[in-house]
Design a protein around this ligand. Structure first.
Ligand SMILES: [Mn+2]
Length: 452
């Protein structure tokens, strides 16, 4: 496994922002609790907020606390070296936030049902964000913050590739803790040990938290295991990171003549693939660091890694080495069987879509992949100008998008496309993006085995 990891020391202090200010000034600023307003017209050396952040004595987060968190992360991303993040968010506050969020997340079912919406409700659905903190902050402000009448469903892939995966994930956890019945965080394939060890998040955490980095990383992985896999909104819309999944129902054991008690062992490779049910989804064991691609517990890997295709039927996703490919006929079957109108999945950015003839490009943040009698399948991607680090001069400059669902049926997507926030603070990548493959193809499955 180690030789497939990006090179470079994990806590390299050279990974600093271009805008990094005099570290002595920072030390002065961050050493004591300060509250200042951002009235300085230039050279934002003073934080606009109260730092270091502290955990409320009653453990109840407020909107003010979250707004302060947003300002603190935005400020530190532009003014501090990554290794100085603990001066903004001490490990003790991290521990409280992650522990509180983990408890809530682990109790949620595999497929969360959002049924509490009414005539005044809106449901905002968000695709991959990949550590692009500033774009996430923009998205939240543009859509309007989560509140009584505004639900959010995030489709996963909060971390990796972008430089602020930790801040992004923690900000979303804070929203979850503040409004657990309004904010839903689903798991993406990058919320796993395997992906985060290859695509930057592990190194990011080690760079930011130094000798506490391993502890912080382990706690994040524990939290990833708790993330639910899918959602059903207002009974009509299914969302998940990758999408559909296979049936894993065990064929009843048969007894052949004269061979009592001898079970027919069905070879899973020869067993025809068929679409799984919501009941099977509800029974899957999602609490695994890396969803397995073999064995009995295949539903989490399918939900997180699968992709649609224009070819009918279900087949193994050989490009990715895990998950399935499903055709328009499967979309129709799934919608019809569960009385749904819409599937919103994510997982494929502009780089992945360049290699997928027959499916649309991701330059406006979404594609309508299948249109069938019962409804539609949509891919939604919310990381504009992705990936943050690119080996080529020419950038795809894709836009990101989010979807707003409205009453009465919440099944007609309203698309909101947005551009990347510029300029992005200059930072070094936490992974060797020139050598690490562009999309999540050709997983080294042998490494996945030894990595766990
Ligand atoms: Mn993905």
């Amino acid at each position: 496994m180690a030789d497939s990891l990006p090179s470079g020391p994990p806590s390299d202090p050279a990974t600093v922002t271009a805008a990094a200010t005099n570290s002595q000034d920072e030390a002065t600023t961050t050493a004591s609790s300060t509250t200042t307003t951002s009235s300085t017209p230039e050279g934002p050396t003073l934080p606009p907020v109260q730092i270091p952040l502290s955990w409320p004595a009653d453990s109840c987060l407020t909107l003010d606390w979250i707004q302060n968190l947003i300002s603190a992360f935005d400020w530190s991303s532009k003014n501090l070296a990554p290794s100085e993040l603990p001066s903004v968010l001490p490990v003790s506050v991290f521990d409280n936030l992650v522990l509180t969020a983990s408890k809530i997340l682990h109790k949620e079912p595999n497929c969360v049902r959002i049924d509490d919406c009414n005539d005044n409700s809106r449901v905002v659905v968000v695709g991959d964000v990949h550590g692009q903190l500033h774009d996430v902050i923009f998205l939240l402000q543009d859509a309007g913050f989560p509140c009584e009448d505004r639900f959010f469903v995030f489709n996963g892939d909060y971390v990796d590739r972008g430089a602020w995966g930790l801040e992004t994930f923690l900000l979303l956890l804070a929203w979850k803790v503040f409004l657990p019945q309004r904010v839903y965080l689903l798991r993406g394939n990058h919320e796993s040990k395997y992906c985060t060890s290859v695509y930057g998040f592990e190194k990011e955490v080690l760079a930011k938290y130094g000798d506490k980095g391993k502890h912080v990383y382990r706690k994040c992985l524990g939290c990833f295991e708790g993330l639910p896999l899918a959602s059903i909104i207002a009974g009509h819309v299914y969302t998940a990171h990758g999408g559909l999944f296979r049936s894993v129902s065990i064929t009843p054991s048969k007894r052949s003549k004269g061979k009592k008690n001898r079970r027919i062992i069905l070879n899973s490779e020869t067993k025809p693939l068929c679409l799984g049910s919501l009941e099977e989804l509800s029974k899957a064991r999602r609490s695994v660091l890396d969803p397995p691609w073999e064995g009995q517990n295949l539903i989490p890997g399918d939900v997180l890694w699968s992709d649609p295709t224009m070819k009918s039927g279900l087949s193994p996703n050989t490009e990715r080495g895990i998950g399935l490919l499903w055709g328009p006929d499967c979309t129709e079957d799934f919608l019809k069987k569960f009385e749904l109108k819409l599937i919103i999945r994510s997982h494929e950015g502009p780089d992945a879509r360049e290699k997928r003839p027959g499916l649309g490009g991701m330059d406006i943040g979404y594609t309508i992949d299948h249109v069938v009698p019962s409804g539609k399948l949509i891919t939604l991607f919310s990381a504009p100008d992705y990936p943050q680090f690119q080996a080529t001069e020419e950038r795809l400059k894709n836009k990101g998008a989010y979807i707003v669902l409205k009453p009465p049926c919440f099944d007609v997507p309203e698309f909101h496309t947005f551009e990347a926030i510029t300029p992005r603070p200059a930072v070094k990548a936490y992974y060797d993006y020139e050598d690490v493959i562009d999309s999540d193809e050709e997983l080294d499955l042998a490494s996945m085995v030894t990595a766990t």
